[in-house]
Design a protein around this ligand. Structure first.
Ligand SMILES: [Zn+2]
Length: 165
């Protein structure tokens, strides 16, 4: 289904909107169903026209967004709260700072054969903890970077094909 992307007016089933979950795709009504689906991240949304809301299908905790006439609004503050962000920041900073600090204080002399190992270990510590935090964020929003990347590549190929013909 191809229809123009709406940025004004009330939420309607016959209009396409920017996807509130991935912010890149377009959600539009699926034929013969009363749900909207994103053409990029493939999330499906139940639509409540009286409340002007969409609710991500099968999300736990339930994620929903309200259409305010121009953009999606998060009326329930359903994203990570301040404590979640502090825990994520601590999980990123403290282990890498501990490993890096110990490597700096008790590390081998610069001309030792394995002098490159402590900085690499510090970087690996940070990278591993960063991947844990990103995994938690992706899991919360039910976002698959792999599927998103594939859909993005498919869209780019389509644009290149239609642009060249
Ligand atoms: Zn999407």
């Amino acid at each position: 289904m191809h229809c123009e992307l709406s940025t004004t007016g009330r939420l309607r089933l016959d209009t396409a909107y920017r996807c509130p979950a991935c912010r890149f795709g377009r959600i539009a009504m699926m034929p013969l169903m009363e749900v909207m689906a994103c053409d990029l991240c493939r999330h499906m949304f139940d639509v409540d026209l009286t409340k002007q809301e969409v609710k991500m299908n099968g999300s736990l905790p339930p994620l929903s967004w309200r259409w305010n006439g121009r953009t999606w609004h998060d009326p329930f503050a359903q994203g990570p709260n301040r404590l979640d962000k502090l825990v994520a920041l601590a999980m990123l900073v403290f282990p890498a700072a501990l490993v890096g600090g110990l490597a700096w204080r008790f590390g081998p002399p610069p001309d030792a054969p394995l002098a490159w190992l402590p900085p690499l270990w510090t970087a690996l510590t940070f990278t591993c903890h960063l991947s844990c935090v990103l995994l938690a964020v992706c899991s919360y929003y039910q976002f698959s970077p792999l599927a998103f990347g594939k859909a993005l590549m498919r869209r780019l190929r389509q644009r290149l094909a239609t642009g060249s013909s």
